[in-house]
Design a protein. Sequence first.
Length: 132
Amino acid sequence: SGAMTASQGVTWPLVEQRLATLKGVCEQQGWPLLIVNLPTVRPAAWTRDAERYRPDLDDAARVTEWGAEQGVPVVELKDWLHELAQQGRLDGLLVSSESGIDFDDHFVGAGNRLMAAWIAREMLQLGFLGLP
């Protein structure tokens, strides 16, 4: 998400093109496509400085809008991140909390397990995980 900035060499038109290519390949193969939309993680973004987080959320919104326009379901992780931040749990689920480095926006094992559970729940609601 937040990497969709010109300073990073990645722009929305390039991301949109890649999404369209992925959609085309999936359609050709008869595979279902589901996008999991994980905005760039910023610890305490909502509680300390929500405005600094706005570009990341704007990028994530572009992916959501693209999915809606193209009929591609999107699992949103923004609300999950917000919930963790409001509970004061987000920072402790990131690598930087365990490694002592200033900031690393990758999740530790516990964070990945929580995220997987959230995604699975959303996929069930969308009908992507059929139960026998």
